[in-house]
Design a protein around this ligand. Sequence first.
Ligand SMILES: Cc1cc2nc3c(=O)[nH]c(=O)nc-3n(C[C@H](O)[C@H](O)[C@H](O)COP(=O)(O)OP(=O)(O)OC[C@H]3O[C@@H](n4cnc5c(N)ncnc54)[C@H](O)[C@@H]3O)c2cc1C
Ligand SMILES: NC(=O)c1ccc[n+]([C@@H]2O[C@H](COP(=O)([O-])OP(=O)(O)OC[C@H]3O[C@@H](n4cnc5c(N)ncnc54)[C@H](O)[C@@H]3O)[C@@H](O)[C@H]2O)c1
Length: 480
Amino acid sequence: MTEAVEYDVVVLGAGPAGENIVDRTRAAGLSTAVVESELVGGECSYWACIPSKALLRPALARADARRVPGLAEAVAGPLDAEAVFAHRDYWTGHWKDDGQLDWLESIGAHLHRGHGRLHGVRTVAVTGPEGEHELLTARHAVVIATGSRAVIPDLPGIHGARPWTSREATSARHVPPRLLIVGGSVVAAEMATAWQALGSQVTVLVRGPRLLPRMEPFAGELVAEALREAGAVVRTEVTVEAVVRDGSTGPVTVVLEGGEPVEGDELLMATGRSPRTEDIGLDTVGLTPGGWLDVDDSLRVVGHDWLYAVGDVNHRALLTHQGKYQARIAGAAVAARAAGGSAGAGGVDTGRWGAHAATADTAALPQVVFTDPEATAVGLTLAQAERAGLRVRAVDHDLGKVSGAGLYADGYRGRARMVVDEDRQVLVGATFVGPGAAELLHAATVAVAGEVPVPRLWHAVPAFPTMSEIWLRLLETYRG
Ligand SMILES: Cc1cc2nc3c(=O)[nH]c(=O)nc-3n(C[C@H](O)[C@H](O)[C@H](O)COP(=O)(O)OP(=O)(O)OC[C@H]3O[C@@H](n4cnc5c(N)ncnc54)[C@H](O)[C@@H]3O)c2cc1C
Ligand SMILES: NC(=O)c1ccc[n+]([C@@H]2O[C@H](COP(=O)([O-])OP(=O)(O)OC[C@H]3O[C@@H](n4cnc5c(N)ncnc54)[C@H](O)[C@@H]3O)[C@@H](O)[C@H]2O)c1
């Protein structure tokens, strides 16, 4: 081990959350090093958001075009899978991180390639690609941004069956004739949409009663309906008991409870994530390896005033934009504390919606699921608001009844809901499901995070004829 190199801040993991904390702490004038064991840009850039959206965009564009009179006939044919893969490969930078390295250099951050582990308080040990060792110390903070990985449940036969995880599902170079997907949440719904459009016969095996269980029930129902119309099989309330695959290239069989076999050519396990914390030296600072990291609202690990955790690893919200938000908040908090501010005193504001509190993680969390139809939501669902003890009223409206939606697509199908806190007269949640609904979401995020009073929303006039007129219909329904 060579002599320790000292920085103000050391970041473990250069995914979107890690990159953003580097950016914020550098902007505050702190010296920052980041340790990365794979590719700078993280899961999101190479095996998650970016490649999945590159695969989905042609599928959604074709679905939209097929609903436009005068255009539908021109897009009746199959997608050109090779061209779609080439588009995906371009967006992942062909799984090289050169572009991100240029950016790190341009902001004066130091990259240490290798596997990082905590080595006691404010210290990180790095094992490089050739087995070389480095020791980094941090004057102010160490930030853990090591993300998450796919979980494969321990079913009989599963490992010999070489299932796909989200990594293979986003980077595959061939279209399997039959793709089985186990899971019913976001990865399952998006990958079913993409691969069915690319030409696979997709079967989704959902343990629960519907797709997208964290959203309003109508979201999963509309997405399942559309998947079925596209030719996919969506089965709910089924339990997978075992997986069988003989040989290296043969078909794979999923055995359901009761013994029913379901055969496919590939199997995607879209069954959730676990934190990458089992081998990052947590035990050297009194924390338990392998778990999600418990943080306060300024993203500081509970009980450690020098240790922060941002992004998936803290389990507050497993979304890129939210990890980046946390990184902006934590970066500002690290800088304020380094400048001498302390909690409750000058410079550090950890109150609700304060500069150093990630309040939106719990009060205004937005998500877009890029299925056909798109399923988008911010804040609380009706059920979540009721569970939180709020006195709420939900109002729904058919999105297809708005002129903008009708013009967008023939036979437009979609639905919207807003959840109003009756005591405070503000929105605490909103959901829009329909083709093109992704771009409706941010207005709702502003209304929820801004706690805009419902009477004031009447003065936010949506342009005619856009889909945003759904806001007027929701307000009218609410007024009765
Ligand atoms: C298929 C799929 C699609 C998704 N699509 C979206 C989407 O459209 N929108 C969205 O908001 N979210 C999406 N997500 C979620 C999103 O990918 C994650 O929330 C996001 O990547 C988390 O960022 P992160 O920086 O916390 O972690 P990661 O992106 O996982 O990055 C962590 C980095 O840390 C590195 N690392 C780990 N351990 C060490 C160590 N010991 N030493 C050094 N380096 C280490 C890793 O190599 C990695 O580069 C998707 C997820 C999946 C699986
Ligand atoms: N567009 C987006 O924003 C986007 C896209 C993809 C992923 N993500 C994020 O990535 C994270 C991971 O997504 P995900 O869908 O992999 O995980 P998830 O945790 O959202 O859902 C996992 C699902 O798998 C099911 N499951 C678990 N074990 C099972 C088993 N043995 N048999 C059958 N079903 C089982 C669970 O019931 C659950 O519904 C999520 O937090 C998601 O928000 C976001």
